[in-house]
Design a binder for this molecule. Structure first.
Ligand SMILES: [Zn+2]
Ligand SMILES: [Zn+2]
Length: 322
């Protein structure tokens, strides 16, 4: 069986090649995602815990079973815990349980004290066999809830890594296009620093943008710029083309812009944009990174351009567009 990497909201694991990312919700603090294949699915949930109200793992499991019990119609079937055992996931002590209701379900839960989250995995298989055992084992063995690997994000043949401080603040996935915004906000002495990363792609580019996909400069001006400015919510931004460079055998167009706004609190923002057509995935990708600093009038506002450049290099080196 072939496995592939999957990452979302500080969670990384290896999943069977055939699995699809089918649903997601919440944010880095509380959320879930669902991975599905034809005969089985896996649900991963995380929730920030209050260190003053720590429950034991068996207590969390009991609450979980109670939730399932409420959903089942009275008298149709009961829930039995068939097996419970201690295990380790990503160096955390975990509880693994097999529960029998209409189907046999497997749960695994633990506290990740590095990210202050309780993580729960639920495995549901139509049929349990050797393969399902391999799948469960591989997912638990490769699971990463706090280390280097958990910086990886992946979605529909796209993957990249971002520092943990950049949180997913907006997601929109629709037919033919998707975008994600990651934000980091830091308050300092009379200053506010904001970093934003917008990742956007358009599928079936050679059909949808028949006249422009070969000329990315034209595409940017005619088909994208307006949308991009709306999406950034930063008012009018004038992008200037800097250069075109090679990236994974694609030509990428680099643009930047500088903007100052505000009256008593002045804001200076520096924008970088990278746009290219990936012929392998037949998608147009556009990445925009904004670094802003907000300070009261007369305070010096300086963007750390070297730091930004370094972050961009790191980010691009992990970006796999196909
Ligand atoms: Zn962890
Ligand atoms: Zn590509």
């Amino acid at each position: 069986m072939e496995f592939k990497e999957f990452g979302w909201n500080n969670i990384f694991l290896e999943i069977p090649e055939e699995m699809r990312f089918s649903r997601q919700g919440g944010n880095s603090k509380d959320g879930f995602f669902l991975l599905e294949a034809e005969d089985y699915f896996v649900e991963v949930r995380w929730e920030t815990f209050d260190s003053k109200k720590i429950k034991s793992l068996p207590e969390i499991l009991d609450a979980l079973i109670e939730q399932i019990r409420k959903k089942i119609k009275k008298g149709t079937t009961d829930i039995k815990v068939v097996n419970k055992e201690d295990t380790f996931v990503c160096k955390h002590k975990a509880l693994y349980a097999i529960i029998l209701s209409k189907t046999e379900e497997r749960f695994c839960l633990w506290y990740c004290d590095e990210t202050s989250r309780v993580i729960t995995l639920r495995f549901v298989f139509k049929e349990l066999n050797e393969n399902s055992k391999i799948i469960v084992r591989r997912m638990l063995e490769t699971f990463n809830c706090h280390g280097e690997k958990s910086k990886i994000w992946s979605l529909m043949d796209l993957s990249f890594a971002l520092p943990h401080s950049l949180l997913l603040t907006e997601t929109q996935i629709s037919v033919g296009r998707a975008h994600f915004i990651f934000t980091e906000q830091k308050s300092l002495f009379f200053a506010e620093k904001i970093t934003k990363v917008l990742i956007e792609y358009f599928s079936m580019a050679n059909l949808v943008f028949k006249d422009t996909y070969k000329d990315i400069e034209k595409w940017f001006k005619e088909k994208y710029q307006k949308d991009l400015i709306k999406r950034l919510r930063e008012g009018k931004v004038e992008f200037e083309t800097l250069e075109s460079r090679k990236f994974r055998r694609h030509s990428i167009y680099v643009k930047n812009a500088l903007k100052t706004s505000g009256l008593t609190w002045r804001k200076t923002s520096f924008f970088y944009n990278f746009t290219w057509y990936c012929s392998n995935a037949n998608r147009i990708y556009s990445l925009t990174i904004i670094s802003s600093i907000k300070r009261p009038l007369l305070f010096k506002r300086e963007i750390d351009k070297d730091g930004l450049e370094k972050m961009l290099q790191d980010f691009l080196s992990t970006f796999k567009c196909h």
